[in-house]
Design a protein around this ligand. Structure first.
Ligand SMILES: [Zn+2]
Length: 500
């Protein structure tokens, strides 16, 4: 991969206006696929959830999944969109091995939802209104696994395997209008927008919304043009960026790469690009014109989708509270300071903290674990914290074990690693691995005496009021007992011994 020349970020923004556009695919969590009765289930044995319809055998006839339509309408309504009273499916024709039908059933000129908007807050506290152009229904393709190469990509692979379990899984594609004026915050806005979409679809209960499983996937369009110029620059589309951090990095990278080219007078090629997490760079995909000829035509095997007014209003009435209202409410309920609350929102942790509090943790303890140790672990694994395999109930259990004095913070962090490894709930891990705090005086006194034998002056120092001397003994006891000593009790015992 050739190394791109990048312009300094601040310099790029001095010279150019940034315009972004985002396409987000949301995989719906319906029981069955979009047009057939096959199970919609992640992680099943390859090619077990398939039938003549989803692999496009001749003569098979699709039928629309009503629940998928309902979920799509809910998404449209939550984004403030109009819902089309009459929408047709269309065939988007192209050949690729993951698409056995040779066409994707999608919506073209009649999307189910259109003309919405979403208020998005970025980490600085600034708010942007992102206009939604459309949200349409379509089906997912299968999954290709390229084997034998070093990168897992098709280049250099010896052969490829295809799994059609995902073929026909319902998707909603949400497309924004061009977003202007975010300037230096364009990368943060892109990530915050996708985070908001995740929150919304999760809140609606229509998607599992896990990015690492591909439930939510983002294509990020970026173009630059000189300040003062009306005409938009040529855009690139970075495909399938699969974490919030990557979205932010990919947009930033494209700004710097395009700026360097434009400054030299080199034209930007309109193309798709791939994001490489390891290299922190995008690379060229395939050229893409505005008028790729997919020979769209109305799907003859499906009747139009015509949701009744009553049904739409019923779904509108059942929408969960608006994200902005919810924020105000929970901040007050939890008693978080503005800055604490912003950290939680920016990390996308409202659901997790709500779940943890509901499971019995104090709000501040829930906040501490999620924005502290769990965020640190996620960061070290290059993940978003919400993608960690741990429930709010488990975090609450951990916080309450600390609160009750059964484990200390250090032990809790150790317990957490085993919980994340799938060893069970925090209480189970504590019991199984004997990680409880030792507050039994007999064991503690033995360890203190062993430590004092090496530091005989400590008791005198404590008698003279120099309490900091106790720290060395507490440290030694902790080390001897592998961090499981009840530090508070060790201190009390030391003082008792000094005063005898
Ligand atoms: Zn099927």
């Amino acid at each position: 991969m050739a190394k791109d020349e990048l312009m300094n970020y601040e310099k790029a923004l001095e010279q150019f206006e940034v315009v972004i556009g985002l396409e987000v695919h949301v995989e719906l969590n319906t029981n069955t696929k979009m047009f057939c009765g096959c199970r919609n289930e992640f992680g099943d044995e390859p090619n077990t959830n398939v039938c003549p319809i989803c692999i496009g055998l001749p003569g098979s006839l699709p039928a629309v999944n009503k629940r998928a339509v309902e979920s799509s309408i809910k998404i449209g309504l939550a984004l403030g969109c109009e819902i089309a009273p009459n929408g047709r499916f269309a065939r988007k024709n192209y050949f690729y091995p993951d698409l056995a039908k040779n066409f994707q059933t999608s919506q073209y000129d009649e999307p189910i939802a259109f003309e919405g908007s979403l208020e998005v807050e970025v980490p600085s506290g600034n708010t942007f209104t992102v206009q939604i152009e459309r949200a349409h229904m379509e089906e997912d393709a299968g999954k290709l696994t390229h084997v034998g190469g070093s990168t897992g990509r098709i280049q250099g692979a010896e052969y490829s395997l295809v799994d059609y379990n995902r073929a026909g899984v319902p998707l909603v594609e949400i497309v924004t209008k061009p977003v202007y004026g975010a300037g230096a915050e364009a990368p943060e806005l892109a990530a915050a927008y996708v985070r908001s979409i995740r929150e919304i679809v999760k809140g609606l209960g229509v998607s599992d919304a896990k990015m690492e499983r591909g439930n939510v996937r983002c294509d990020a369009n970026v173009s630059l043009h000189p300040h003062g110029q009306e005409k938009l620059g040529t855009r690139t589309e970075t495909k399938n960026v699969n974490s919030l951090r990557s979205i932010e990095r990919a947009v930033r990278y494209e700004i710097q790469r395009q700026a360097a080219l434009l400054a030299k007078g080199t034209a930007i090629i309109q193309e798709t690009r791939h994001w490489h997490e390891d290299k922190g760079a995008t690379s060229s995909g395939r050229p893409k014109s505005d008028a790729d000829d997919y020979r769209y035509f109305p799907e003859p095997d499906l009747v139009p989708v015509q949701p009744s007014k009553e049904w739409i209003e019923e779904l509108r009435a059942g929408l969960p509270e608006k994200p902005a209202d919810r924020r105000k409410r929970v901040q007050a309920e939890w008693g978080f300071a503005d800055l604490e609350f912003r950290d939680v929102v920016n990390a996308g942790l409202m659901d997790q903290i709500e779940e943890t509090v509901a499971a019995g943790a104090k709000p501040q303890a829930a906040r501490k674990w999620w924005t502290g140790e769990l965020a640190r672990i996620a960061n070290s694994q290059d993940k978003d914290v919400i993608d960690l395999e741990i429930s709010g109930a488990y975090v609450a259990e951990l916080a309450n074990l600390v609160e009750a004095g059964k484990i200390n913070d250090r032990l809790a962090r150790e317990v957490l690693t085993f919980v994340l490894d799938g060893e069970g709930s925090p209480a189970e891990v504590v019991a199984k691995r004997g990680l409880e705090v030792v507050s039994d005086d007999g064991a503690l006194i033995a360890a203190i005496e062993a430590a004092l034998a090496k530091q005989p002056d400590v008791l005198d120092a404590i008698r003279e009021g120099r309490m900091q001397a106790a720290g060395a003994v507490i440290g030694a006891v902790m080390q001897a007992m592998k961090g499981s000593a009840d530090a508070g009790r060790v201190r009390e015992l030391l003082i008792e011994m000094a005063n005898k």
